[in-house]
Design a protein around this ligand. Sequence first.
Ligand code: ADP
Ligand code: MG
Length: 241
Amino acid sequence: TQDLLINSEKLLAVGELAAGVAHEIRNPLTSIAGFVHILPSAPLEKQSLYAQFIKGEIERIDRIVSELLTLSKPRVMKYAPARLDAVLVEVIYLLEAQAHLNTVQLVPQFDASASEVMCDENQLKQVFINVMKNAIEAMPNGGGLTIGLRPTDGAVEVSFRDTGQGIAEDQLKRIGSPFFTTKETGTGLGLLASKRILENHQGFMEITSQPGEGTTVTITIPLRLSTIDQRVCSASATNIN
Ligand code: ADP
Ligand code: MG
């Protein structure tokens, strides 16, 4: 086990984010300002509706700020050996209720013969949760999410295959860039954070999708970190397409 202090500046291109943050927060602020302006003279029966809108926009800002905080927090990575089948079982358990509510079937298909990797278990859990939530959210009318695990050469491959709406080709390129979301209540930060975490594990993520058929997210994590040196870690390749 080794603790690594990761400089937040290395994790994020701050400049790139700043413009996005300003934009993402200004939008709800503008609409809050609008509702506050009309609220006093609005008919009584409309007032609580407008108050609801305002509340919704405030919650949106709150979500964005929370996700940004998790992204930018300098954190100590704690690497230790962990079996990915066990990690996945826990994550599946955590998301079972949400899957059930969406009539989504979670189907584990594990070949766990060699699934122990050096990782920060909590961080990897966060990645798996982000990816699985996206899959569940992509299946509003129910479906299946198959979670695969298999050893590959020097690495472990974890795949998440859903039967959801899929991703249009022009959108596939933009996924994982800051604030790219197609959801009304999305932040577009989940996969960005996931990419960063995987980089720190010298791993990567690939997404393939067939609009109308479904999406598969494949995550590869090496069994061992080739060096614990963070400069090397953050220079490792990431591929999200
Ligand atoms: P958010 O979930 O807040 O929108 P993410 O970074 O987690 O942000 O995802 C970005 C976008 O990628 C989503 O808004 C969605 O359009 C797309 N996406 C990610 N995973 C899937 C999936 N399994 N099926 C369809 N679209 C997906
Ligand atoms: Mg998400």
